[in-house]
Write a protein of this length. Structure first.
Length: 317
């Protein structure tokens, strides 16, 4: 029953965080240091300025908010504690949280809590997001590398990446199930806590993760880096571009380009203006292409670079 209950929750959370996990520029946001360098034709409304009237949408939001408070933060934190060699506080959830994608749901949960807080003004959502952030900070300090995560075998697989020992069959990286995808979800959730709960500690934790990412992959030659990118990497380019916009540190913008496929063996490199239609062709994992598109778009906003690369299986019109 727990697994069924949790699986339903994943669906609800996925629907709730459509706007989260990827920053959309607002006309004025003091938390964002790097403003867009290209003209923005339409800005998003701040969530605290949007209120739902009585409707099926308001009912759905009410159900979502109730469900968020039913989930246990300590159960979602289970593997974060274990991997940091800290005592656990509760049992682990079933499903993916007991498997290779362990930890990614916590990132979505942070986004959902943060947006629900700013949408409703109810402190309980902010308090829970802050609690999780402080617990992640505690795990991060215990690990002393800047990294914090819940992926099975992550220390070994990322140590291999750092020394250039990289193996991937498409959805695995050194035996791990799409680890960068999961890392991205946690980092993006922390970014949402910073943006919507205005919690500076969340920015400190996610910046520490970005520094760890730099130390892990920045030195890799393109031949090995591109081999690593054969595995699903989520929106790492997007979240690193966002961290650049929050901090003004160009190191993170440059690092975002490391999660960019410039070329691959037996494939041709093409450049296109950003004003294109993105088409996903059969055989390509949609999350990877959508996340990559957001990253390109965010970099164009903050840096003015309007180029995309074409890779096998992805078309442009």
């Amino acid at each position: 029953m727990r697994v069924r209950f949790f699986s339903l929750g994943v669906v609800i959370l996925a629907a709730l965080v459509v706007r989260g996990q990827s920053y959309i520029p607002e006309r004025s946001n003091g938390l964002v240091k790097v403003t867009p360098v290209v003209p923005i034709k339409a800005y998003s409304f701040p969530l605290d300025q949007v209120k739902l009237l009585k409707s099926p949408f308001q009912k759905a939001m009410s159900l979502d908010s109730a469900y968020l408070m039913q989930l246990s933060p300590d159960r979602l934190l289970y593997r974060f504690y274990k991997n940091a060699h800290l005592p656990v506080k509760d049992s682990v959830y079933g499903g993916w949280e007991s498997e290779g994608l362990s930890g990614h749901t916590l990132g979505h949960y942070l986004s959902a809590l943060s947006m629900m807080y700013v949408s409703t003004g109810q402190e309980q959502f902010k308090q829970r997001a802050i609690y999780i952030t402080r617990e992640l900070e505690r795990c991060q300090k215990a690990r002393a590398t800047g990294y914090v995560g819940a992926i099975p075998g992550e220390d070994t697989l990322f140590a291999k990446v750092k020394r250039g020992d990289i193996k991937s069959g498409g959805f695995d990286l050194n035996g791990g199930w799409s680890p960068w995808y999961t890392v991205h979800k946690v980092m993006a959730g922390l970014c949402d806590v910073y943006l919507y709960c205005k919690d500076k500690k969340a920015l400190e934790v996610v910046t520490g993760m970005a520094d760890w990412t730099y130390n892990t992959i920045n030195h890799l030659p393109d031949s090995l880096r591109l081999k690593m990118l054969n595995c699903e990497y989520g929106g790492m380019n997007d979240v690193l571009a966002n961290i650049y916009s929050f901090t003004g540190n160009k190191k993170y913008l440059d690092l975002s380009y490391k999660f960019c496929i410039l070329c691959r063996s037996n494939q041709i490199l093409y450049y296109f203006p950003l004003r294109i239609k993105w088409v996903v062709l059969p055989g390509v994992d949609p999350p990877r292409t959508k996340s990559g598109k957001r990253g390109y778009g965010r970099r164009k906003q903050t840096h003015g670079i309007g180029k995309l690369t074409k890779k096998s299986g992805i078309g442009f019109q």
